[in-house]
Design a protein around this ligand. Structure first.
Ligand code: FAD
Length: 438
C-alpha cells in the first residue's frame, strides 16, 4: 500500500507514525511545502521566552526521527492538484500515484482585507517556521506591536511581548478576550489584573478597517488610529484550500466534508486536522476545532481507517489550557454564553476555593450543566496557581456523561501541600454559597 500524506504538522505526522505501526509493509510518504517538519505553532513565542534556544529547536519531531521509522519526507514540495478518479497527485516536483491519500494540509490566517495583503514585507502570522524566521528580527526590533485578535494565540503573543517590555496594542471585535472559551463575568479577576499592566492597551468592540505602512504601521480603527512598529493578526483561521480542494465536497464554512471515518467524498482520500469540521460531543451540530490535540487524534483515527473502516472519529470538546500574564486559564465544553447551541436548558454554578491547605491562592471554577439531568457540560478554571491538569479530568467527566451528583463521589487523592480538603469537582454539586466552606 502506497500512502501519501500532505502536510508534515500534527495531523500528518501523527497519521504517518500510527500508519507505520499498523501497516509495516506500507510505503508512507509525507509531502510538505515548508523546509522543515513539525514546527510548533507557538515556536516563535517560546523562543522569545528563551524556552527554545533557536527556532530550529521549536519542533515536536524531526525529519531524521521520521526517517528512522521508515517514513519518507519530501520537503519544500507543494501539492498543486489531485485527480482522485485516477488516484493521482501533482506537486511542484512530479506526479505520483497513491493507494491512499491523506490531506493534512491544515489552516492559515489570511484574507483579512485590511490593505496589507499584497505587501511582501509583511506577514500576518507566525505559525510556520518560514514566517517565524522572517518576522523574528522585526518583532525583536519593534518597541510597539499591534495584535489583531484577542483569542488564545493573540493573548499568548501579547503576554510574551508585555514581558519583553514592548508596548502592546490588542484589538478585538468582541467585548472581551478569549470569548470562545470563557464567559465574560468569569474572567473578571483576570481582566481587572490586566488593567494594571502599563504597557498593554486593549481595544474591545473594535474592528480594524485598514492598515497602512510608511516606515511604521498605521492601524485605522472605528474611531481612532494606532501607530506601531509591527502588526500581527491572529484571527480568521480557516482551512488551507488550494485548487485541489475543489475535487472534494466542502461544508459551507469551507471545511472538507468527511464521513465518520474521516474519508472524504473521494474514495481512498482522507482529510484530518484543521481541514475538517468535527463532531462536538455536547452539541448536535459539528464545528470547526482548530486545535493540536484534535489534529493529532484525527490523524491517528484516519490511519486506523486506511485499509478498512475500523474506528469512528468522535471529535472533541474544545479543551484548552494556557498561562498568560501570570494566570492559568483552562476551559472545556460548553460555556454559558453559547447556551443557544445546546438543545436543553442549562444551569451554572461558580465558586472559589484556595489552591491547597498551605496555599490560599484562589482557584476560580465555573461549571455548566444540563438543568434537568445535572449532566456536566462545561468547566472553566482560572487561577494564579497551576490548575491546568484538572481540565483534563473535567473533559473526561463530560465525555463520560457524568452528573454533578456522581462527581461528588469521584475519587481524588488528598495531600495537604497539594490539595484542599475537597477537590473542586467534588464540590460542584454542593449548595453552600460560602466560598471558604472547604
Ligand atoms: C500562533 C498559533 C499558536 C497555536 N497554539 C496552539 C496551542 O498551543 N494548542 C493548540 O491546541 N492549538 C494551537 N494552535 C492551533 C494549531 O496550530 C492547529 O490546530 C494545528 O497546527 C493544526 O494541525 P494540522 O496538522 O491540522 O495543520 P497545520 O499545523 O496547519 O499544518 C499543515 C501543514 O501542511 C503544509 N501544507 C499546507 N498546504 C500544503 C500543500 N499544498 N502541499 C504541501 N504541504 C502543505 C503546511 O506547510 C503545514 O506544515 C495555534 C495556532 C496558532 C496560529
Amino acid at each position: 500500500m502506497k500512502v501519501y500524506i500532505i502536510g508534515a504538522s500534527f495531523a500528518g505526522v501523527s497519521c504517518a507514525m500510527h500508519a507505520r505501526k499498523l501497516y509495516p509493509e506500507a510505503e508512507i510518504i509525507i509531502i510538505e511545502k515548508n523546509g522543515i517538519v513539525g514546527f510548533l505553532p507557538g515556536g516563535l513565542l517560546l523562543h522569545l521566552q528563551d524556552k527554545f534556544k533557536s527556532l530550529d529547536d521549536a519542533v515536536f519531531t524531526t525529519e531524521e526521527q521520521l526517517k528512522e521509522q521508515n517514513i519518507k519526507v519530501k520537503l519544500s514540495e507543494k501539492l498543486l492538484d489531485c485527480a482522485p478518479e485516477k488516484h493521482e497527485i501533482t506537486t511542484t516536483e512530479d506526479t505520483y500515484h497513491y493507494d491512499k491519500l491523506v490531506l493534512a494540509n491544515g489552516s492559515e490566517q489570511k484574507s483579512l482585507n485590511i490593505g496589507l495583503e499584497n505587501d511582501d514585507e509583511w506577514d500576518p502570522s507566525f505559525k510556520n517556521y518560514d514566517l517565524s524566521n522572517k518576522i523574528l528580527p522585526k518583532i525583536q526590533k519593534a518597541a510597539t506591536i499591534a495584535i489583531i485578535g484577542a483569542g488564545q494565540a493573540g493573548m499568548e503573543a501579547a503576554s510574551t511581548f508585555v514581558d519583553l517590555k514592548k508596548e502592546v496594542h490588542l484589538i478585538e471585535a468582541m467585548d472581551y478576550p478569549l470569548f470562545k472559551y470563557f464567559d465574560p463575568n468569569f474572567l473578571k479577576p483576570f481582566l481587572t489584573d490586566l488593567q494594571k499592566i502599563p504597557n498593554l492597551q486593549f481595544y474591545f468592540n473594535t474592528t480594524v478597517s485598514e492598515v497602512t505602512e510608511n516606515g511604521h504601521y498605521e492601524i485605522f480603527l472605528d474611531e481612532q488610529k494606532i501607530t506601531s512598529d509591527y502588526v500581527l493578526t491572529t484571527v480568521n483561521v480557516h482551512p488551507q484550500l488550494a485548487q485541489f480542494a475543489k475535487r472534494f465536497q466542502l461544508h459551507s464554512d469551507n471545511t472538507v466534508q468527511t464521513d465518520n471515518y474521516l474519508e472524504t467524498s473521494a474514495q481512498d482520500v482522507f482529510a484530518v486536522g484543521d481541514l475538517i469540521h468535527s463532531p462536538i460531543r455536547i452539541r448536535e451540530e459539528g464545528a470547526y476545532l482548530p486545535q493540536i490535540n484534535h489534529a493529532i487524534r484525527s490523524g491517528v483515527v484516519a490511519a486506523e481507517n486506511l485499509q478498512q473502516t475500523r474506528m469512528k472519529f468522535k471529535g472533541g470538546l474544545r479543551t484548552i489550557g494556557t498561562k498568560i500574564f501570570g494566570w492559568y486559564l483552562a476551559s472545556t465544553g460548553l460555556i454559558e454564553e453559547e447556551a443557544f447551541v445546546y438543545s436543553n436548558e442549562i444551569a451554572t454554578k461558580s465558586f472559589t476555593q484556595s489552591a491547597s491547605l498551605v496555599d490560599d491562592t484562589p482557584v476560580f471554577c465555573k461549571a455548566v450543566f444540563e438543568k434537568s439531568s445535572k449532566k456536566l457540560l462545561g468547566i472553566q478554571l482560572l487561577s494564579q496557581v497551576n490548575c491546568l491538569e484538572k481540565i483534563n479530568t473535567a473533559a473526561l467527566a463530560i465525555e463520560s456523561q457524568v452528573t454533578l451528583t456522581e462527581l461528588m463521589q469521584n475519587d481524588y487523592f488528598f495531600q495537604p501541600e497539594f490539595t484542599n480538603l475537597m477537590e473542586p469537582f467534588n464540590r460542584i454539586n454542593m449548595e453552600s454559597g460560602d466560598q471558604n466552606a472547604f
